[in-house]
Design a protein around this ligand. Structure first.
Ligand code: C2O
Ligand code: CU
Ligand code: CU
Length: 538
């Protein structure tokens, strides 16, 4: 029997007997329960700010290969090997087993330019056995498929379909895939990560992700802080055991270890637990990626010190937005400028509510700061709603399965394996309306495209459940300045319709759209879609 999900249902799923309990609390209790994992290091169990922030190496090409689009031309060729390794994540922990690329976790940072294509061979050099709890009941993760599989996707890349890392195109240790990235898109911070059907959450938790920066002439002109004053920050929360091992939470349901959300007691930045960075009293540019499985952050520097957001997922905003706090969902990126000149000789903590993320130790003096915080960054034309040729109403659903307390999550109540239902025509623009009928916020992501947020508006979900009627509660909230640029991932709030407008450009072919809470994505909250040629729509 299937029922609509409720708070009672969720608490019941964990057999805690609590009502109105938050997933994070449930998780903590899970581990605190007798018979739970007593080796888990609880909040506050590791001293903050004792390790320096690591900066991942820059990826280096190993040669050139023919451009698949123009065979006469040679383009850079990279080799990235996914490997298991042991890494010091904190001063007081023995080395932790992680997965990474070419000896680095997170992987090396790609630095490339708009319009300059490259090829990457992603090689699976991982061991044959997984070290995190696989749920064999999840679609695509059954006992008859190999445990260790991987396929890499470049998040936010305008990539041809056969190079996009389709979740079912995984390969086993010893195999590899060569992907082509044309990079015909504006300067921004993309990130690459595993996308394997059914175990994506585990592969990324193990460390299979890294950043990919695209630069362009518009950005060059701005004189933004650069070199050592531009710092990538890949943020991901994790749990550790006293022996240093990564700990991924499991459910209380026998044979079904999947959990609806995995939250860590610690935040890692570029792989280190709550690190520090020595900075000069000047402007810095931080390229922030929320690489967490399911945690949403409300980032602040110091006690609400102002900072300037200059870019979002898909590139520079029209103008800097001054903020004191920034909400960042899983997979969202923020390009921010922070000026430490007011903090000579002091310490500034980057945090999220009561959670510490990292510390900046501001020197008493430094070289003169000749970088700029320009007032105008670039032109971002807002797309008019009238440009849309089609509007799709798409529900986000969760159902509790009363028989065994497991959870079904879906998009439009349609499981992954059903035929493709979304087939936009290349070159056209559509409005997608995410009707979130659940009690969680879901960061919704479409591959291939960039889009703009139109607005969010609360609805009466009961009216929708009863007869698919939309009864609005309150006024539509248009995108605020921080969300008004080009995006590829957008927060769909509970009980709310979130509307985006999407021009489908680039390539025809099969892609995916999904919730970027990795636990949801692995459990059917992902669907294929297909960009079709003119005349191919149905
Ligand atoms: Cu971050 Cu389907 O991607
Ligand atoms: Cu993506
Ligand atoms: Cu979700």
């Amino acid at each position: 029997m299937i029922t609509r999900r409720s708070f009672l249902g969720r608490a019941g799923a964990f057999a805690t007997g609590l009502i109105l309990v938050d997933a994070e609390v449930v998780h903590a209790m899970d581990h605190a329960m007798p018979g739970g994992n007593s080796d888990l290091i609880g909040p506050g169990g590791l001293a903050p700010f004792v390790d320096a922030l690591p900066i991942p190496p820059i990826a280096r090409s190993v040669g050139t290969r023919a451009n698949p689009e123009h065979s006469g031309q040679q383009i850079p060729f990279y080799k990235m090997a996914m490997q298991e390794m042991h890494m010091k994540v904190h001063r007081d922990l023995p080395p932790t087993r992680v997965w990474g690329f070419n000896g680095s976790s997170p992987g090396p940072v790609f630095e490339t330019r708009s319009g300059e294509p490259l090829l990457v061979e992603w090689a699976n050099a991982l061991p044959a056995k997984h070290f995190l709890p696989i749920d064999y009941t999840l679609h695509g993760s059954e006992k008859d498929v190999p445990q260790v599989r991987s396929v890499i996707h470049l998040h936010g890349g305008r990539t041809p379909p056969d190079s996009d890392g389709y979740p079912e195109d995984w390969y086993v240790p010893g195999k590899s895939a060569v992907n082509f990235y044309p990079n015909r898109q504006d300067a921004t911070a993309l990130f690459y990560h595993d996308h394997t059907m059914g175990i994506n959450r585990l592969n990324i938790y193990a460390g299979l992700q890294g950043m990919f920066l695209i630069r362009d002439a518009v950005e060059d002109e701005l004189n933004l802080p650069s070199g050592k004053y531009e710092v990538p920050l890949l943020i991901a929360d994790r749990n550790f055991r006293k022996n240093g091992e990564l700990d991924y939470p499991v459910s209380a349901i026998p044979g079904k270890p999947w959990v609806p959300e995995a939250f860590g007691n610690f935040v890692t930045v570029n792989g280190k637990v709550t690190p520090y960075l020595d900075v000069e009293p000047r402007k810095y540019r931080f390229r922030i990626v929320n690489g967490s499985n399911g945690r949403f952050y409300r980032l602040s520097f110091g006690d609400g010190h102002e900072f300037h957001m200059i870019g979002s997922d898909q590139g520079l905003l029209e103008a800097p937005v001054t903020l004191h706090r920034l909400q960042l969902s899983p997979a969202e990126r923020a390009d921010v400028i922070v000026d430490f000149s007011a903090f000579l000789g002091q310490q500034v903590v980057l945090g999220s509510d009561s959670l510490q993320i990292m510390q900046f130790r501001v020197a008493a003096k430094g070289a003169p700061d000749t970088s700029a915080l320009p007032r105008k960054l670039r032109t971002v034309e807002r797309i008019k709603e009238t440009a849309a040729v089609q509007t799709r109403l798409l529900t986000l659903d969760e159902h509790l399965n009363l028989a065994d307390q497991s959870m079904d999550m879906m998009l439009n109540n349609t499981p992954w394996h059903m035929p493709i239902t979304e087939k936009p025509v290349i070159g056209t623009t559509e409005i997608w309306e995410f009707v979130n009928l659940t009690e969680d916020a879901h960061p919704m992501h479409l591959h291939l495209v960039r889009f703009q947020l139109l607005d969010r508006q609360r609805i009466d979900t009961n009216a929708f459940f009863d007869n698919r009627k939309i009864e609005f509660m309150g006024e539509p909230e248009p995108a605020n300045a921080a969300e008004a640029g080009w995006k590829d991932t957008v927060r769909a709030d509970p009980g709310t319709i979130t509307r985006i407008i999407v021009p489908f450009h680039g390539f025809t072919g099969r892609y995916v759209w999904h919730c970027h809470i990795l636990e949801h994505e692995d459990n059917e909250m992902m669907r294929p879609y297909e960009v079709v040629a003119v005349g191919g729509r149905d």
